[in-house]
Design a protein around this ligand. Sequence first.
Ligand SMILES: [Zn+2]
Ligand SMILES: [Zn+2]
Length: 445
Amino acid sequence: MGFSQWLSLTFIFHAFLSLPISSEPSLGPEVLPQIPVNFLELAKRPEVFDWMVGIRRKIHENPELGFQEFETSKLIRAELDQMGIPYKYPVAETGVVGYIGTGSPPFVAIRADMDALAMQESVEWEHKSKVPGKMHACGHDAHVTMLLGAAKILQDHRHEIQGTVVLVFQPGEEGHGGAKKMLDDGVLENVDAIFGIHVSASHPIGAVASRPGPVLAGSGFFEAVISGKGGHAAIPQHTIDPILAASNVIVSLQHIVSREADPLDSQVVTVSKFQGGGAFNVIPDSVTIGGTFRAFSKESFIHLKQRIEEVITKQASVQRCNATVTFNDNDQPFFPVTVNNKDLHVHFQKVAGDILGTQNVLEMQPLMGSEDFSFFAEVIPGYFFFLGMKNETQGRFESGHSPYFRVNEDALPYGAALHASLATTYILEKQSKPNPPKGSSHDEL
Ligand SMILES: [Zn+2]
Ligand SMILES: [Zn+2]
């Protein structure tokens, strides 16, 4: 490291720490850990915490589905305007991309998803969803809030950021693949790395969990229409029964994973939709079934897709029925496997350890759930982790997509501080090592 570079780094550290610059500054390992700790203290200040809680509740009361997040987007832009943070809008319809820092490299992105789910909230509380049939049951209201919290912390330190933090407010995560749309709109051009947070009801408050390599599965959806010949339920010989055919199809689909897949290569095929018939004494003309399939490698995923189609069409024909199978379309693309970059895992462990204590940085097993963050992590090094919310003293926290899902708002300062710390320390480390070994985003595939 050259002297001038060393000097500017020293200045940056001291500015972050608000310490007087002494004649013999130290860049020892005891200094860097202070950044996350200071950011957590900032995020926990009552005025910042109350402001975040207010935003989160406002978004929770007015949930909006994928690519319809108009009011959420407006709220985000109003807060960014208030903070004096420049942004691009619209990106991928309702998305917003903010910029804090010099406007020059290195660029590091932190991301929040914005959309809600088409389901009715069953939690009775003051800030319950005001929109019937829509609910923030996955915590994306908290994700937006934590990213705004990070924006506030970072904007207060913008003059010390010798690079640019990119704030990615992404629409349409729940099945819509909004991340892909944002990528197509160029949000990650020149960006070196991206971090994403998801709240978790199964990890304790004040803890985080993740792993290097594949962390969430690739996922797809299928739907099949199985057609026979309807008629009187008491005269089956004059009909071709699609209910029986569909039942056999579903049983046969179970054999793909249990008999064809390597038991050590986790995969799922679930039929979660079965629609057909409406009377006790009528055999219907057709039945529609549908479901999801998951895998942790491209090969397994493609194999599942191919076998699902074959099994449905061929098994239906055994029962004299015809079947047509459709998969995701462009509006709802297949989600790739979410793969965490190994170098970013090391960075995450260090920063999260400094902020939460190493005992609260947990290693987890991969989950069969999926995330469209995977689209980002496919093109640049990405890192996705879970932020704990569980606190026995506050009752049971249900997992995502439950009508009883609740966010533990005590998690908000942790998320905001983690976002801000991961980004700033990434920039600082990048400056101290201008050409760090660049990990592939697909080390394990
Ligand atoms: Zn979800
Ligand atoms: Zn989610």
